[in-house]
Design a protein around this ligand. Structure first.
Ligand SMILES: Nc1ncnc2c1ncn2[C@@H]1O[C@H](COP(=O)(O)OP(=O)(O)OP(=O)(O)O)[C@@H](O)[C@H]1O
Length: 246
């Protein structure tokens, strides 16, 4: 579903990514881990389109998206969340998610609104239904009317996740999803991520969370993939242990 093929990125003399290759199959939750400076953020930026690699390709559903900017990549079904939550504090939780669906729009302006009223109503009903579905999935249905700013950080992170999920992304990128969360909020987030059917790539420092939610883990060190496999295998891998222990 996602294929990263021979991707390299250099900052001056530093090779942040050096011939990185791996694949993530449909529906799999894949974690990217590695010591500080391993290249995790850079890899994420390459997959989400914020950074062009000097060599290598990124494919989503077989389509080469390497040259596509983030907006066009979003249209190809790639969504990301950020380490610092990005929600509209002055909107309710429900409106935050509705706004995430808005850019589809109906098009055509007022005339189309008048001529196409039944279709518009149907569209509006579908959108509300999808929002309700996503809020339920993220455990937010009890907070629909709350202002996002009034939620604790864990709640805001779930709103961001709900926004990212709203129009059914093909690939969801989660950047440090547990940062700022307490143990209970982290457990709740883990439950939500495990219940997703979407393909997920996540970068995370919390090893417990990674081992808990990921089907597969890619380990980076100094810009290279040093191991890839299921959590149980990664946990026992002597090369991974050595990289972490320095
Ligand atoms: N904009 C930049 N300019 C110069 N060097 C950079 C830049 N961004 C990253 N680097 C370097 O590239 C390497 C990989 O950095 P990156 O941030 O991708 O690692 P990381 O695994 O995300 O680290 P951390 O766990 O600390 O967030 C590091 O050596 C870093 O210093």
């Amino acid at each position: 579903m996602l294929a990263v093929d021979g991707v390299s990125v250099a900052f001056g003399g530093v090779k942040a990514l050096d011939q990185v290759s791996f694949e993530v199959e449909e529906g799999v939750v894949c974690g990217v881990i590695g010591p500080n400076g391993a290249g995790k953020t850079t890899l994420f930026d390459v997959v989400s389109g914020l950074r062009r690699p000097v060599e290598g390709r990124v494919r989503v559903d077989g389509r080469d998206v390497t040259g596509l900017p983030p907006v066009r990549r979003a249209r190809a079904g790639v969504r990301r969340t950020f380490q610092r939550t990005q929600v509209f504090g002055r909107l309710t939780v429900e409106d935050n998610v509705l706004a995430a669906l808005d850019w589809h729009g109906g098009g055509g302006g007022l005339a189309a609104d008048l001529v196409g009223l039944p279709a518009r109503r149907r569209l509006e009903r579908d959108r509300r239904e999808r929002v309700a579905e996503v809020l339920a999935l993220c455990g937010l249905d009890g907070h629909r009317e709350a202002y996002a700013a009034a939620l604790p950080v864990g709640g805001r992170r779930l709103v961001e996740l709900a926004r990212a999920l709203a129009d059914r992304p093909r690939l969801l990128l989660l950047d440090e999803p547990t940062s700022g969360l307490d143990a209970a909020q982290t457990a709740r987030l883990a439950e939500v991520v495990r219940s997703l059917e979407t393909t997920v790539l996540l970068v995370e420092h919390d090893m417990g969370f990674v081992m808990d939610v990921c089907d597969r883990i890619v380990v980076l060190d100094l810009g290279r993939v040093i191991a890839a496999g299921p959590p149980a295998e990664i946990r026992e891998d002597p090369v991974v242990r050595a990289a972490y222990l320095g």
